[in-house]
Design a protein around this ligand. Structure first.
Ligand SMILES: [Zn+2]
Length: 104
């Protein structure tokens, strides 16, 4: 068993699990019910998606990567060089003028 992904948002965890299910990777969700009970009091009780078969961990990570698996790693906001608007780090182009990140 290996912990794959933890998120306060249990619906996102559920989505990821269904993707693993479809790929035939056995997984289960820890703390799913506990999180509802304690209602986000402690991060210890965050729902956690776990892989049953450690050997498939890398495969699972690769599967979830396109779905912002790494969204918890904080990307810095960036300011658009063209219009000066501030954009979240996850945006690849400016939300305002669609100018790409880093292009002046
Ligand atoms: Zn812009």
């Amino acid at each position: 068993m290996k912990e794959l992904y933890t998120n306060m948002d249990s619906s996102r965890i559920g989505l990821y699990k269904s993707i693993l299910d479809e790929a035939g990777i056995a997984s289960y969700i820890q703390n799913e019910n506990t999180a509802q009970l304690v209602n986000m009091i402690s991060p210890i009780f965050q729902p956690t998606l776990c892989i049953v078969d450690d050997d498939r961990y890398d495969e699972a990570v690769a599967l979830l990567k396109p779905l912002n698996y790494n969204e918890t790693s904080e990307l810095p906001d960036w300011a658009c060089a063209k219009c000066g608007k501030s954009n979240p780090g996850s945006f690849e182009v400016c939300w305002n003028c669609e100018s790409p990140d880093g292009v002046s």
